[in-house]
Structure formats: structure tokens, C-alpha cells
Design a protein around this ligand. Sequence first.
Ligand code: HGY
Ligand code: MN
Ligand code: MN
Length: 438
Amino acid sequence: MVRTMTDDSGAAAGERAVARCDVLGVSPFSDEIDLLYRPWLGPGFIATVEAISNWMRQAGMTVRQDAATNLIGRYEGTMPDAPALLFGSHLDSVRDGGRYDGMLGVIAALEVVAGFHERGERFPFAIEIVGFGDEEGSRFPITMLTTRSIAGVLEEDDPVAAFAELRDGNGLTVEQALARVGLTPRGMAAARRPKDSVLAYVEAHIEQGPVLEAEGRALGVVSGIAAQRRFEIRVHGMAGHAGTMAMSLRQDALTAAAEMVLAIERIGMAGGDRDGLVATVGLLRTWPGVANVVPGDVTFTIDARAGTIATRDRAVNEILAALKDIAERRGVEIEIIPRENLDPSPCDPHLMTLMETAVQDVTGEPARVLVSGAGHDAMIMSRLAPMAMLFIRCEKGISHNPAEAVLPADVGEAVTALTRFVRLFADDYSKTQGRHSA
Ligand code: HGY
Ligand code: MN
Ligand code: MN
């Protein structure tokens, strides 16, 4: 492979970024001792904010947390109060997750800024790094409230009345969790950024898929992010004695749910991988959940995604119709609660071109462009500003799994490519400004 830029500081930055993610991958930055689980606003999340704040200050940034709990570091430009180029990703993790999903995007961006700070390099715009709070939705049954707050679409997407009372696994509401850090659901909207204060949003993320590794590439440029919908399904049957209730008379919520889960898989598979259609049941809870009671109630989730709204919605409609049929046939009731509806998010073509140039300059090869099946904060941020994403190869494409792994050398290349991207962006910005002031 021919490399047109060599940058030893990139390699060192990659080593440090991976080491920092590893530090943050265990207690006290995780809420559990034996695995990584960093839900929004848990003790691990709060400790993580503290640690990254210190690293941000060392990189010459001023640090604050906004009204939605997002951590924001700002590296000033040549002029005070200049608009900002935003980098970001999420600080929260799924339960038993990997160390790099989300976190690497924040920490790699920090290396980019640390490099500028070390060299005394400033731009006609500020650079900010945002650590978002709840991209995964791993604590409450809703995602990206904090991202929506910054993007100014919180009320439009999730009226406070619809999310403030949602509960985590311990029964604590969003409102109560926010109160513990002195904030309120209604107050989150104050995190909104005026559109003219943000020039663009850029997110680096592990690929979470196998394409880059299969092709022997460290980096890729994202063209867009797949459409998602999520639902919570509640199945209500009739609890009863496991020893005395005749099989033929049961309204077993769990066996009904089991049939529903298989129908969801069948419909997801019927797409034959066409248009990236996938459908997943990731959570299922049985009530009362004891050995000698026929399950009376079951709650489960559906996560359905595809490259286009049409494919996704066709599958969703088929799934919901199948669920209703199964419920009717088995004599159970179902409630269908929509939890998420995200359109596909194309990346900004001009920013993609800059990112492709940056990647080519660093790797010496034309950049691989690929679609993201995973969701990202960038989906929401694209509603505030033009958005671009850089993917970093991860081992075997594994993610949402403690086996998630990246090569420090790849992260080093990502830091170098992002650094190059900022300089290209700056050249571009200066030309545009020149045109405007001419
Ligand atoms: O679910 C997702 O795609 C992301 O990892 N939060
Ligand atoms: Mn994730
Ligand atoms: Mn992620």
C-alpha cells in the first residue's frame, strides 16, 4: 500500500486513543464490575465525563456540560465566538458492550485537537467535541434525547410529556435521573445550538461491520445511515398455576411472544439481505418470571432497519400484521408502542468529498465508501448541520460485544485523516468566506 502522508504523531495518537478507551472500559467508568455497561447518567457515565473533561483541558479546550448533559469541549479559533466544526459521538454503551463503540469517536477527535494544540495551529472557526449522552438507548426505552436537544429537534420528535416518565430497568424515570444531576426534561431543550453556530458535524466510529477488514482497509467514508424503527410490544395473556392449568385453556403470553419473535425473524430474512433489511428482538421480559407460573405478560422490543424507508416500512407493516394475527389466534392481547422512527440519513456530498480526499491522502488509495447499518448521533445531527462520517476498521466486524477490537495503527490513520480533513475544510471555508466578503 502506498502512503502519501507519513505521520509518526498519528501512530502515537492512535496508541493513546486506544489506551484511553481501554481505561474507560472498566469500573469506575462502567456501572458493572465484570463487564462494560455505561448507561446515560449512571455513575460510570459521570466518572467518564470527569475523565474526558480533564483530557479535553489538557488539549487546550474549555469544557462544559450543556442542559442535556452533553459534554462539550471547545478549541477556540483565531477569532472569539467563531462558529464551530463539531466532532462527536456517544459516551454511553450497551450492556456488556465493547470499549470503542461511540467512545473512540470522541477520543480520536480529542487526539486531533491535541495535535493542533501542540502545534499552536488554529483555524478561522472553533473546533468542538461533543460526547453525547444516550445514543444507545440502553437505559431508557428511547434514544438520542441528548443529541436531539443539541440539534434543536427534541420537542418536535419527543415531546417532554412523552419521555419524562419513561422508566429504566430499576423503575427510575428520565425525570428522576435528570433531577439527580440538577436538570429537568423540559430544560434539556436549552442545549439547542443555533444553526449559524455550527458549520458541520463529523463523527468517526468503528465500522461495526466486516467490509473494511475483508478488503484490507483501515478507513472508510460513510455515504449514509440506514433507516430505523423501534417498537415496544406488550403481550397480555393470563397468569395461572403451572401444575393445574390445562394446556388447552392457557393464554400463555410467552409462547405467543415466542411465535411472534420467530415471525419477526422470518420477515426480516425474507428480504434476503436486499436493501439491508434486518429485524431484531433484543429484549424480552416475562412476568411474573417464575418457574411454576404460566407467563401472564411479556414485553419485547423490535428493531427494524433498511436502506430505504419503503423497504423498512413494508417489513414493519408485515411484522405488525403477523403479530396481530398470532395474538388473535392465541387469545392474547397486544399493545404496540412505537419508540423510534429514524429516516435514512445521507451524508453531505461535499463533506464526503473532503473526507474521501483526506483518506486518500493518508492511505494512498481511493477511499472505500460504504453505508452504515448501525445508527449514529450523526443521524440526528444531520438535521442541524451538514454531516460526514469516517469509519475505522474493527476486528471481524464485531460490535455490541466485549470482543470489539481495533488496531492502534488504524486509529492513528484515522487521527491523521481527520487532521487532514480539518485542514481541507479550513481551505474550503476560507475560500467561501472570501467569496462572501468579496
Ligand atoms: O443501535 C445502533 O445502531 C447504535 O449502535 N446505537
Ligand atoms: Mn452502539
Ligand atoms: Mn455507536
